[in-house]
Design a protein around this ligand. Structure first.
Ligand SMILES: O=C(CO)[C@H](O)[C@H](O)COP(=O)(O)O
Length: 273
């Protein structure tokens, strides 16, 4: 009896050990850039606290904070026991570079959990995403997941969408419809409307992974993100918006002082911890 009890304790110890990250956070050398350190803090803590005991399919988002998510998951010694679904080209490379198994959303349409970054997160866990131009795939992967967890540095923590992220809400648009959409956005009261450019690497607009254009439209403070998203989605030529509502369960923020705070949904309310 005692032996059986010991055996089951040993098994559960082994199980929890396999999902433990190999390097405790406290033993890592701090990064020289404080913002990078904040990103790493939020990402590592999010993975440590939310990674499933028996992972099957995991979503990996895009951006500079998610680099640390993939890094932390890559430290697990059971990292070849589950499949990772990317949200874009960068994300696919993060999965491969960290020795994780790559799958596609078509093969694995149901995910246990997705970790992703954000450009701004409000006090109700609504988010603006798409700063890295991957919003469509990010939304598809997030909305196919049982749990969606955001990771960010302190600059992204906001009370209302549009308060801090003034570059505008990323909106993916069918290329031939961009002028039509721009006119509609003016009609809807957008304060700034920018067709996102490829920068020094490309003369002309950015092309998304779905061969579309991106428009960034700033509407000031968005009092009702769901309503704005629906209005935009109802506009001919708009494929998807970077407004993510009613989906994130938890958001982690790496703070300036080296702590991590989070906002989490508990029943009908959001707790700030
Ligand atoms: O939505 C995204 C990409 O489309 C990113 O998650 C978002 O832009 C945040 O990026 P970062 O972690 O680099 O601040």
């Amino acid at each position: 009896m005692l032996l059986r009890l010991f055996g089951s304790k040993l098994l559960s110890f082994q199980r929890s050990f396999t999902k433990m990250p190999l390097i405790p956070y406290s033993q890592l050398t701090p990064l020289s850039d404080p913002t990078e350190e904040s990103k790493r803090l939020s990402a590592y803590k999010a993975v440590d606290e939310n990674f499933p005991d028996t992972p099957k399919v995991i979503g990996i988002g895009s951006g500079s904070t998610v680099i640390y998510v993939a890094e932390r998951i890559g430290q697990l010694d059971n990292k070849r026991d589950f499949i990772c679904i990317p949200t874009g080209f960068q994300s696919k490379n993060l999965i491969l570079d960290n020795g994780l198994l790559l799958g596609s959303i078509e093969q694995y349409p149901e995910l246990d959990i997705t970790f992703d970054g954000a450009d701004e997160i409000d006090s109700n866990l609504n988010a603006i995403k798409g700063g890295g131009a991957c919003l469509f795939q990010e939304k598809l992967v997030a909305y196919s997941s049982k749990k969606f967890v955001l990771v960010a540095d302190h600059r992204k923590k906001s009370s209302d969408l549009g308060k801090k992220w003034i570059k505008g809400i990323p909106i993916e648009v069918v290329p031939s419809a961009y002028v039509y959409v721009e006119n509609k956005l003016k009609e809807y009261g957008a304060e700034t409307i920018t067709l996102r450019q490829g920068g020094s690497a490309k003369a002309g607009p950015i092309i998304t992974d779905n061969n579309n254009f991106l428009i960034d439209a700033h509407f000031g403070i968005v009092s009702n993100p769901r309503e704005l998203h629906l209005k935009l989605k109802n506009t001919l030529g708009i494929v998807e918006t970077g407004i993510f509502t009613d989906h994130a369960k938890r958001a982690y923020f790496g703070e300036k002082d080296g702590s991590v705070t989070f906002r989490t949904i508990e029943g009908d309310s959001v707790l700030e911890i």
